[in-house]
Design a protein around this ligand. Structure first.
Ligand code: MTE
Ligand code: MO
Length: 160
């Protein structure tokens, strides 16, 4: 098993676990099958990778925004501005690490339809862990596979 990848045994065999952590009222450890509890979306994506050219994949899974909203991010939902200081740090099992902002995926702001994929090209990701999918990206580098942790961080108050 790769470094950093926690796994839990189920009737179906080993299933990768990942953490939702940070400024959340309901932090959690989840598996890919747990992500089926949210509405599922589908995305056909094409992205470019410098060494290997254009790649095509079909992903399904919940919106990252829906999963994180259910975990209770520590901003005041009634004050739209309050969300805009929140960052979302996503880590893969190999240490690949990317930052998004809450405003990028928020339905009132960037509305990026970012998925937490549970299948790639029809194959389940139960053993690998979920994959970040950014249908709007031209390059593939933010499509992190084997996610081990998603950390929400609101520690960026305005400079005063
Ligand atoms: N965990 C992890 N995910 C990753 C990477 C990585 O190094 N580690 N590389 C990214 C890059 S640079 C690209 S182009 C795509 C390639 O995805 P593919 O091999 O499925 O086409 O995966 C992305 N996801
Ligand atoms: Mo890439």
């Amino acid at each position: 098993m790769s470094q950093g990848l926690a796994a839990v045994g189920t009737a179906a065999g080993l299933v990768a676990e990942f953490a939702l952590a940070g400024d959340l009222t309901r932090p959690a450890r989840l598996t890919v099958p747990d992500l089926l509890a949210w509405p599922q979306h589908e995305a056909e994506v094409s992205f470019e990778c410098a060494p290997s050219g254009i790649r095509h994949h079909r992903f399904t899974g919940p919106l990252l925004h829906d999963v994180l909203a259910a975990a209770g991010p520590g901003f005041d939902p009634a004050r739209r501005k309050d969300r805009l200081r929140f960052l979302i740090a996503v880590s893969g099992t190999d240490g690949h690490h990317v930052l998004l902002s809450w405003g990028e995926i928020d339905p009132d702001f960037g509305r990026a339809p970012v998925l937490l994929a549970v299948t790639i090209d029809g194959a389940p990701l139960d053993r690998t862990g979920p994959q970040l999918v950014l249908p709007q990206d031209r390059c593939g580098a933010r499509h992190i596979s084997g996610i081990t942790a998603i950390r929400v961080d609101g520690g960026y108050p305005a400079w005063t």
